[in-house]
Write a protein that binds this ligand. Structure first.
Ligand code: HAS
Ligand code: HAS
Ligand code: CU
Length: 812
């Protein structure tokens, strides 16, 4: 109906639009565009690797340079392509559409999250010319990270933390959307499987991402300050780093896989013209994957020398995960089975996925079997396995999703013929590239080496074939880009529902209008395929006049806040607050290099930009006109989002505290004789606990319209928080000078964990300051409570974590 082509807008207009938008579709597109660029860039690096390895003893990429290219290849492909494309690209674009709603629960937070993602990529890319390219592999193992190029490692650690923050906010937003905002009548069990997979993936992120954050944070702090939980010189345990890392990075492979399995299910059902085979079983197995995948991470560390009983336990759980994954594959096959299958490009990608993933999954299971893993770990067999599940497994479903939803997103079809070229080049290219690598692995070729000697039986031939495959993939990539670009030259002819899909996104126009739907839906959802059901029962959509629909207004402040964090990240990576290094100690600032000085200035500048933007954001109303919010639970969206987000904070502290408790139990981290003062801690506990009561009271006051009491309460909370901070800083200063934390493991742990908590007081205090500011400037009234519920919930969390800290650091 709509799609006003309008006059062509200039580049700057478009960029500005994306900076200010709160539209989940534009945000989704931004994730997708950046991810596809990430795939292209990562792919070009892969091509460079393959050219180097095409023949023995070549000297194109040697030593550190090779390692840098390898690290960047993997990091781009994982963190900037496969993870974000599925969960946040497709998720943002299609979750609200499938739920029949106008946007996600917290649209402006969504803008902030996507720009944090872009910021983290920009930060990584600055490393290309700033001497900031790490060369230690995407796993960033300790103590490799302390060797050589530490700047490169710092950049990456900071970028991963920014990326992770964006990811967590995005995940919390999705979970809140699903719980609070489905169209009336759509029960949880009537959601499309894709929506379920986004829900499950979000929960998995929230549960486990703390592992990666902990790994990145501790690595960063060791480089910048010499604080360490891993340094064996003072009793630390290097392998603890691997525990942190894999606690997230194994679940991460399911963060990659699950959204795409959801897409696969949608494609299968539509293209086979059938309901999903075993909808409920499918959802249960997604949830089972979430649970089981959190307890298999040790299979990446079998060869490390973990006690045998643990290895066996994790071997069993690893083998278990194949069961729900297998169920999902059978669901897909069962859905296709006996259907009148429409053989279009999305169907090809789906079938290609099923076939390939089966091989990759089974080799994964073989790696889960300890004695076999001992034989092939760190060899190309592993390289072949994970490209098999990621590149010619999961990424094939990404392609299925692109071909399936392209008409919805653009109103245009991708060309079928080019699509088939793309498909077959990718299919054959992948086999040529990676199947020989299984054999190479069995023949003993180790991974992460930049070359190999001539004369090993078949190595040269197999490597050469592998490189030919990579060139074939490159050709496929070019066809893909060509197909996409060319489609924009065609007229908009796709119509609302080109494939005859059964879920709500197909009722919007193609591309969808800003408000998504110019209609309301019937409230009757017999199954997860409402369009099919309504057609049979004769129910129809009720038109709505688009003029009556209100959308959140555009605003620049979430972007600016993210931008300030990019500046901060730049400063934290390439500079520091002073000219301090653990090796040289404190030096005059004038003696630091120019790059370091500039970055440090940028670091200081970032703080005013941050606070200014954040308060501007909090002071800007979400909607230009007062609107009534509908949500399915009695909780507002802010509270709901924060409740989910808090899971990740608990996860982060749990991982770090778990590490400390372990070090303590094995007798490695012994408290020094002079310990931080328990009385000061008791006083601080009193302060913090009372502040929790005060903020609770303030919240009640604000909810009941007692504005001045509410303001007073928030003010007192802020005062108490400040008092806590003053005592804390005093204690840190005292304890920091009494001995050298670089020489004492317990003290290192103390500063890392208690310091992180201190940072949370600052963040939580800023959180409290926002509603205070809203209340002062008259932004609050009886119906609009600003961000108080979320801020107060967060403050309680900070309080509870403190109690735990007192128990394990001051009392124990
Ligand atoms: Fe994996 C290493 C085990 C799935 C990604 N994996 C990696 C790495 C990556 C990765 C990136 O246990 C390398 C990280 C690095 O740089 O070091 N993986 C598994 C298992 C599964 C699995 C058991 N992986 C994935 C997915 C990924 C991914 C999905 C990304 C998208 N993987 C490992 C292990 C290592 C590993 C070891 C460490 C190796 C080392 O030494 O470093 C499963 O989720 C796969 C389940 C799927 C299937 C197919 C369908 C199932 C059916 C049911 C019937 C099949 C049965 C099995 C019952 C199994 C149809 C029969 C078994 C036979 C052998 C016949
Ligand atoms: Fe890989 C190692 C070869 C794809 C992930 N890979 C890794 C590691 C990971 C990983 C996690 O043969 C472990 C790193 C570590 O040990 O720390 N990989 C390839 C090849 C491809 C490939 C040939 N990898 C992936 C994907 C991944 C992934 C996908 C995850 C999602 N990779 C290797 C090799 C190693 C390796 C060696 C082991 C090396 C060693 O020493 O151990 C291909 O599938 C890539 C095909 C894609 C293209 C790009 C086509 C796109 C085009 C569009 C162009 C431009 C656009 C715009 C869109 C060839 C042509 C670009 C924008 C700009 C701004 C330029
Ligand atoms: Cu794993």
């Amino acid at each position: 109906e709509q799609t006003q082509a309008g006059p062509r807008r200039g580049v700057w207009e478009v960029v500005k639009d994306y900076m200010m938008t709160t539209d989940h579709k534009k945000i989704g597109l931004l994730y997708m565009i950046v991810s596809i660029a990430g795939f292209g860039l990562g792919g070009l690096l892969a091509l460079a690797i393959r050219i180097q390895l095409a023949l023995p003893e070549q000297a194109l990429l040697v030593g550190t340079t090779y390692n840098q290219v390898l690290t960047m290849h993997a990091a781009l492909m994982l963190f900037f392509f496969l993870i974000p494309l599925g969960l946040f690209g497709f998720g943002n674009y299609f979750l609200p559409l499938q739920l029949g709603v106008r946007d996600v629960a917290l649209p402006r937070l969504n803008t902030f999250a996507v720009w944090l993602f872009v910021a983290s990529l920009l930060l990584v890319i600055t490393g290309f010319w700033n001497g900031g390219m790490p060369s230690v592999g995407w796993t960033f193992y300790y103590p490799l990270t302390l060797d050589g190029n530490q700047t490169g490692v710092s950049v990456f650690m900071v970028a991963l933390i920014l990326n992770g923050l964006g990811s967590l906010l995005g995940s919390a937003n999705f979970a809140a959307t699903i719980v609070n905002l489905r169209t009336p009548g759509m029960g949880l069990w009537k959601m499309p499987v894709f929506a379920w997979s986004i829900f499950a993936t979000s929960i998995l992120q929230l549960l486990t991402l703390g592992g990666l954050t902990a790994a990145a944070l501790t690595t960063y702090l060791e480089i910048k300050l010499g604080l360490s939980m891993f340094n064996p010189g003072i009793g630390g345990v290097p392998v603890l780093y691997q525990q942190f890392f894999w606690f997230y990075s194994h679940p991460a492979v399911y963060v990659m896989l699950l959204p795409y399995l959801g897409i696969g299910a949608e494609v299968a059902s539509t293209m086979a013209r059938k309901p999903l085979f075993g909808y409920r079983v499918m959802v249960y197995s997604i949830l089972a994957i979430v649970l089981v995948s959190t307890i298999v991470w040790l299979h990446h560390m079998f060869a490390v020398g973990i006690p045998e009983a643990w290895q066996i336990a994790f071997m069993i759980s690893t083998l278990l995960v194949a069961v729900p994954t297998g169920v999902k594959i059978f669901n897909l096959i069962g859905t296709l089975w006996g259907g009148r299958i429409i053989m279009k490009t999305p169907t090809y990608w789906l079938i290609g996925f099923i076939f390939n993933f089966l091989i990759g999954g089974i080799t994964g299971v073989s790696l889960g079997i300890i004695p076999f893993d001992y034989q092939v770990t760190m060899s190309y067999y592993v390289v072949a396995h994970f490209h098999n599940v990621m590149m010619f497994g999961t990424a094939f479903l990404a392609m299925a999703g692109i071909y399936y939803w392209w008409p919805k997103m653009t109103g245009r079809f991708l060309d079928e013929k080019k699509g088939l070229w793309h498909f077959w080049l990718f299919m054959i290219g992948s086999w040529l590239t990676f199947l020989p690598q299984y054999i190479l692995g069995l023949l003993g070729m180790p991974r992460r080496y930049y070359t190999y000697p001539a004369g090993n039986w078949s190595w040269t031939e197999l490597n050469f074939v592998s490189t030919i495959g990579a060139v074939t993939l490159f050709a496929g990539g070019l066809v893909m880009v060509w197909n996409m670009l060319e489609s924009f030259r065609r007229p908009i002819t796709a119509g609302n529902n080109p494939w005859g899909g059964f879920t709500l996104e197909w009722t919007s126009s193609s591309p969808p209008a800003a408000y998504n739907f110019a209609h309301d839906f019937p409230q009757n959802f017999p199954t997860e395929r409402p369009l099919y059901d309504w057609e049979k029962s004769g129910e129809t959509l009720t038109p709505v006049d688009p003029k009556t629909i209100h959308l959140p207004q555009d605003t620049i402040w979430p972007f600016m806040t993210a931008f300030s964090l990019l500046l901060m990240g730049y400063g934290l990576s390439f500079g520091w607050f002073t000219n301090y290094t653990p090796q040289a100690g404190l030096q005059p600032f004038g003696e630091a290099g120019l790059g370091f000085q500039i970055a440090t200035v940028v670091l200081y500048l970032s703080f005013p930009v941050f606070f200014y933007s954040l308060f501007k954001w909090a002071g800007t109303r979400e909607y230009a006109v007062p609107v009534e919010h509908h949500h399915l639970t009695k909780y507002d969206n802010g509270f709901m989002g924060m409740s989910w987000f808090i899971i990740s904070e608990v996860g982060l502290f749990a991982v770090l505290i778990g590490g400390y408790v372990y070090l303590r139990i094995i007798g490695a981290a012994e408290p020094p004789v002079l310990r931080p003062n328990i009385w000061l801690a008791a006083l601080n506990t009193l302060i913090l606990v009372s502040s929790s009561f005060v903020v609770h009271k303030a919240e009640q006051d604000l909810h009941h319209g007692r504005l001045s009491w509410g303001r007073l309460g928030l003010f007192i909370t802020l005062l108490l928080g400040a008092l806590f901070m003053i005592f804390q800083v005093y204690e840190f200063a005292l304890f920091g000078t009494e001995s050298d934390w670089k020489q004492n493991l317990w003290q290192s742990c103390f500063f890392i964990i208690v310091g992180l908590h201190g940072l949370h007081i600052l963040i939580g205090g800023t959180g409290i300051a926002l509603p205070y500011y809203q209340a002062l400037t008259g932004k609050m009234d009886r119906t609009n409570h600003g961000s108080i519920t979320a801020a107060s919930l967060y403050w309680h969390l900070v309080d509870v974590v403190w109690l735990l800290i007192v128990a394990i650091f001051y009392a124990w």
